[in-house]
Design a protein around this ligand. Structure first.
Ligand SMILES: *Cc1c(COP(=O)(O)O)cnc(C)c1O
Length: 377
């Protein structure tokens, strides 16, 4: 059997292990420590725009804290991109609030500005002012941030940017994760850089970041004994994970280049197959980290997305359909949805190809050949 080719696997650089050893040598084995502070500084420096960062146990935890700090409570409504991973929407439910799902546009596969506007106006007409808007940069592709921010500002609704898949991407030269009132990052094992598991909350409002650190460490008031006036969480990142994260920050730019090279390889080598389409950057304002290389398969030529996925699975190559939209998920069946079918069409035709920054040339060739074979039959 051929060795397995993964969709997106961890890719360590040279300093991660050294940093972890240093944490052991100094016995900083705790959900705080010098690497946590250092990782937060590294991220803030990388993102620019004067942002502050709180390193947390996951991207989901970061999103949960963001909603708490925006005052999202039981009975509230929060607008969320429908086409995304469930972690974008679950924290809305943690707060007892209702997600209102908005469809994607074909241009970026992210939240449609037109449908966002429709959704806000309709919710307001029903007497419900949305408490927040969660916009996602799928697979690293920037959403249309100018248009989305303008709509959000007009209605004075705060935007939470889910940049879990988009560290290293930019919109108009500005890093994703710096546009929202708050933004979240993820360092889960399959993301562009990883701490094995982890996340971060980002904001240029330092008060949010200080409050996030407070809430993430069980909301302990300043007192010699354990004193609490708020419900707290255990959401802080460990110093060991942050040690890995600091090493990963040293290689982040390389990882973006390697992922973008995967995309260019697939696009150029598959150009001869008209049934396979790619999601291009709409213009030079959009710069994607190409976390995952994705394709749309036009099955009118006799080969479907599932044909390709199953053929590659037989070759021990992992691929995956695009995110199944949240408005199609049984768990969110009762939530309001504003859409025109775009995300359903994308889900139907879309496939994520192996995209690890550690893929060898031989592995990419194997993927290419397996796809070409589907069309040769
Ligand atoms: C990975 C991911 C998250 C969640 O991050 P975790 O660190 O796994 O909790 C949230 N949103 C999107 C779009 C993601 O891809």
């Amino acid at each position: 059997m051929n060795t397995k080719i993964w969709l997106s696997s961890p890719h360590m650089g040279t300093n991660e292990f050294k940093n972890v050893n240093e944490a052991f040598d100094t016995n900083w084995i705790a959900p705080l420590g010098p690497h946590v502070d250092g990782f937060e500084r590294d991220l803030a420096e990388f993102l620019g725009e004067g942002v502050h960062v709180a390193a947390l146990s996951s991207g989901t935890a970061a999103l949960h804290l963001a909603l708490i700090m925006l005052g999202v409570q039981a009975g509230d409504e929060v607008i969320c991109q429908s086409m995304t991973f469930s972690a974008s929407a679950n924290p809305i439910a943690y707060q007892g609030a209702t997600p209102v799902f908005v469809d994607s546009e074909a241009l970026t596969w992210n939240m449609s500005p037109e449908l966002l506007e429709t959704a806000i106006e309709d919710r307001i007409s029903k007497g419900k002012m949305p408490k927040a808007i969660i916009v996602v940069h799928l697979y690293g592709m920037p959403a249309e941030m100018d248009r989305i921010m303008a709509i959000a500002d007009r209605f004075a609704i705060p935007v939470v940017e889910d940049a879990a898949e988009a560290l290293g991407s930019t919109y108009k030269g500005r890093k994703l994760g710096t546009f929202g009132a708050m933004s979240i990052l993820s360092f889960n094992g399959n993301k562009i850089i990883t701490t094995s598991g982890g996340g971060a909350l980002v904001s240029n409002n330092e008060a949010y970041i200080k409050q996030a650190r407070f809430l993430a460490t069980q909301a302990r008031d300043a007192a010699p004994h354990y004193q609490h006036s708020h419900i707290g969480y255990n959401y802080r990142m460990s110093n060991i994970c942050a040690a890995i994260g600091r090493g990963q920050m040293d290689v982040l730019s390389d990882r973006v280049q390697q992922r973008r090279a995967n995309y260019t390889f697939y696009r150029e080598e598959l150009a001869t197959i008209p049934a396979i389409q790619f999601a291009e950057e709409p213009n030079e304002d959009f710069y994607s980290n190409r976390w995952l290389s994705t394709v749309l398969v036009d099955n009118t030529q006799g080969v479907s997305r599932e044909d390709i996925r199953l053929a590659l699975e037989r070759e021990n190559i992992e691929t995956r359909p695009l995110w199944k939209p949240m408005h199609l998920q049984p768990v969110f069946a009762d939530s309001p949805y504003y859409g025109d079918g775009t995300s359903e069409r994308l889900f139907d035709k879309g496939l994520c190809l192996p995209s690890g920054s550690n893929m060898s040339d031989e592995e990419r060739e194997r993927v290419l050949q397996a796809i070409k074979d589907c069309f040769a039959r």
